[in-house]
Design a binder for this molecule. Sequence first.
Ligand code: NAD
Length: 345
Amino acid sequence: MTRIAIIDPQFDGTPDIELDEAGADTEFTILRPGYDPVSPADLDGADAVVNCRSRHYIPADLVAGMTTVKVVVQAGVGFNHIDLDACAARGIPVCNTPDYGTMEVADHAIGLMLALSRGIPTYAERLWTRDDAWGTHALPLPPVRRLSIRTFGVIGMGRIGTAAALRAKAFGMTVAFYDPFLPAGTELSFGFTRAATLEDLLAQADIVSVHCPLTPQTAQIIDDDAIAAMKPGAVLINTSRGGTVDLDAIERGLRSGKLNAAALDVLPREPLDRSHPLIAAWGAREGWLDGRLIITPHAAFYSPEGLADMRRLSTRAVMGYLTEGRLRSCVNLRELERHGHRFDA
Ligand code: NAD
C-alpha cells in the first residue's frame, strides 16, 4: 500500500482523480491545515507528500521529521517555499508540476493588461451606480491606450512568459524580453527583441509583465530603481510571485504617475494585507487609483480543467518515482548531487 499525504486546505470532495491515476493500492490522506503549519506528525507514515499551491512551507524542521517520505511534489510551479537543500540532505527529490496551467496564467496576464488598457472593470463598475458614467467625458483613464503600437515586455521568457508573449503578439504588439538564462539565439527562434539587461527591457516596454520565478536574484526585481528605469506611464503586470515586486515602490510609482497602472495577481503577503497603504487606498476606492489598480486573489492558475491537470500530473510525478524511480520535473537535482545522491533527470 502506497500512502500519499496531500496538503491542500481547499481540497474539495474525494481524491478520485488521484486514485484513478495512482491505482487502487494507494491511500490518500487530505490535510487541510488552513493557515497553520503542517507538523511532522501529520506526515507520519506517508511515502510521499503532495503540497498544493504555495501557502504551506516545507522548512528544514518539518523535513527533519519526515521519516517515511521518499518524494515531495509541489502541485504547482513555484517552489520557493520548500527547503530544497534540507530535502536533498535526506535524499528526497522535490518535483514540481509546471505543465498544468501555463495557458491560464498567460490568459490572466493578458486579461489584466486588457482590463486596464480598455478600462473594462472601471467603466462597468461606475455604470452600476452612476448615470454620468455614460458619455465620452467619462472615458479617459490613464491606462486606456491603443495597444497595437505598444511594446509588451516580458521578464522571464519561460513557459508562461512565452505563452503571454505569443498572445500579446496576436494583438499586434511588439514583444521584448529579458531572460539571462536562455541560450544565445533564442530571440531568433521567437522573433522577439531580446534585452541584454533588465534596464534595457524596462526602457523599451510600455507594459512590463513579470514571469520569472522568485529566487534571491528576482526578489523585488521591481523596486524603486526598476520603476525609475521604466518609460513614463508604464503599466506593470505581476502574475509570478508577490515577492518579485516591492509593493511600497509600486505605491510610490502610482502616486507619482510614473506608473500609469498596475495589476497584481500575487502579493508579498497573501491573503492581502489590508493595512498596507496601497491596498488600503485601493480598498477605500481613493480617486487617484481610479482605473489604475487591479488585484486578483492569486487566481491566475485557476480553471477547473487546470486544477484537474494539476492533481493528475502531481500524482503521476509521485507514482513515477515510487514505482519506477523516474523523476518528473525534479527541481533539486543539484542539491541532491551535492549531498551525494545521484539521480537522472
Ligand atoms: P519557467 O521556469 O518556465 O520560466 C521562468 C523563466 O524565468 C525561465 O526562462 C528563467 O530562465 C527565467 N528567469 C529566472 N531568473 C530570472 C531573472 N533573474 N531574470 C529574468 N528571467 C529569469 O516558469 P513558468 O512555468 O513560466 O512560471 C513563471 C512564474 O509564474 C513562476 O514564478 C511561477 O511561480 C508563477 N506562477 C504563478 C501562478 C499564479 O497562479 N499566479 C501560477 C503558475 C505559475
